[in-house]
Design a binder for this molecule. Structure first.
Ligand SMILES: Nc1ncnc2c1ncn2[C@@H]1O[C@H](COP(=O)(O)OP(=O)(O)OP(=O)(O)O)[C@@H](O)[C@H]1O
Length: 412
């Protein structure tokens, strides 16, 4: 429910409206005149104002104009005399949303407030949608995904008030998108030329409170730093969490945000921070299609290759995998897929769920690199050999090992 204000110079009306609304479970704040209302209403957050027209010092119409100058999203309902059409018209011209004839029944006031609340919700929803849309066309990273959790996450990030919630927790397994979410948050709420400063938790002083706080303050006070991104924070000690919680209180009005990325939130301190959860990919399988296609197409464009044709059957197979390393692993798989010529069968597709060991990862990297360079030189082994600075024999051995045939790369 938004904040609701009632302005009328007659104490009896103020009291009866306040009591009647309270019985209905609606809290309203009353003011005896427009001047006091303008001084006290927090205009940073749009609400609903019900105001009498005929008041000493400042009329309801002047009040409406001044209030809307401060925040045009306020919904104003004016109280006019019976049959006073002229005043109602003037009030609407001044920007009022609705009018109510005095004397009014309380249920009429309730209906008018409900309508104004719906309008305010709609306007705020539009503002958020526009901001979200702007983010999807801005040059920074995009948070893709249409699963309910991703849609909600984007909406919550857009709606966040960074002056209230400047210390945040991003909770998610490896590769679920903590870093990209931090960048997205930073781009949303901080000046274009400010930066996200990434800091590994092990770099923080661990034994001395003053050193710990000074370390932070030095960075928090740099105007070009908009966000401190503290990653690998699972290693933080209870003591460091206590200091971070103190810092949060001390930095109440700080312009810099602190985002703490963590796999599992600490048991005691998590409620101190605004928390956002990034679900593992297996719990938002509907995002696999859009992410995979996006990564594969971006990789193809980067390597100047035609965009790969990804079949429905392939998407089904991808959706059925478990993706233990989440989007990071999906991306690796998609990039390899973009590099893989369509007629290349039997390729060792190592980016699967079982790909875990160091050797397997090195193999995958080697395979990806070879495919990329073979593509670039259309299968001309001499150029590949020169670029990778390997002997002819080594190159042949590697191609054999990865079952790569130069003729598959002739046409790009
Ligand atoms: N919603 C998303 N839309 C587009 N790309 C994404 C999304 N989520 C993650 N990615 C991409 O997936 C990869 C892994 O994401 P990121 O590095 O942010 O994960 P992380 O949770 O910080 O990983 P780790 O815990 O291993 O450090 C990155 O390449 C990132 O750009």
């Amino acid at each position: 429910m938004p904040n609701i204000y009632f302005v009328d110079d007659e104490p009896a009306i103020r009291d009866s409206v306040q009591q009647a609304m309270l019985i209905e479970g609606v809290m309203i704040t009353c003011f005896p005149n427009a001047v006091e209302a303008l001084q006290c209403i927090d205009t940073s957050q749009a609400g609903i104002v019900v105001t009498d027209i005929h008041m000493p010092v400042m009329t309801g119409i002047e009040f409406t104009q001044q209030l809307l100058e401060k925040n045009a999203h306020f919904q104003v309902i004016v109280l006019t005399g019976h049959g006073d059409v002229q005043t109602a018209v003037s009030a609407m011209k001044a920007g009022a949303y609705d009018f109510l004839e005095k004397p009014f029944a309380i249920d009429k006031l309730q209906t008018a407030i409900q309508k104004a609340t719906d309008k305010l919700d709609l306007m705020q929803e539009n503002v958020l949608l526009r901001k979200e849309l702007d983010m999807q066309t801005h040059v920074g990273p995009k948070l893709l995904g249409q699963s309910p959790s991703m849609v909600k996450l984007r909406r919550d990030l857009v709606a966040l008030n960074p002056t209230q919630d400047n210390f945040m927790l991003l909770v998610g397994d490896t590769g679920t998108g903590k870093r990209i979410t931090a960048q997205y948050l930073h781009d949303l709420h901080h000046p274009y030329d400010s930066e996200l400063y990434a800091l590994a938790a092990h770099e923080l002083p661990a034994h001395n409170e003053t050193e710990f706080k000074q370390f932070f303050f030095q960075r928090l006070s740099k105007p070009q730093i908009g966000t401190i991104y503290l990653y690998q924070a699972d290693i933080l000690t209870v003591q460091q969490w206590t200091w971070l919680t103190d810092l949060k209180l001390e930095c109440n009005e700080c312009a810099t945000s602190v985002i703490i990325a963590i796999h599992t939130p600490p048991t005691t301190f998590h409620s101190e921070f605004r928390r956002f959860d990034l679900l593992p990919l297996c719990e938002r399988k509907e995002d696999i299609r859009i992410l995979f296609k996006h990564f594969a197409r971006s990789a193809a464009s980067r390597y100047q290759l035609p965009p790969p044709t990804i079949t429905e059957e392939e998407i089904q197979q991808l959706t059925n995998k478990s993706w233990s390393e989440n989007i990071k692993q999906l991306r690796q798989h998609a990039e390899l897929r973009a590099l893989k010529p369509s007629d290349l069968s039997g390729l060792n597709c190592l980016a699967s769920d079982e790909q875990k060991s160091l050797n397997q990862r090195i193999d995958l990297f080697e395979q990806t690199l070879l495919i990329e360079v073979l593509h670039r030189y259309h299968g001309r082994l001499k150029d590949v050999q020169l670029e990778l600075q390997v002997s002819r024999k080594t190159l042949y051995d590697k191609l054999k090992k990865h079952q790569l045939d130069k003729t598959n790369f002739k046409n790009g």
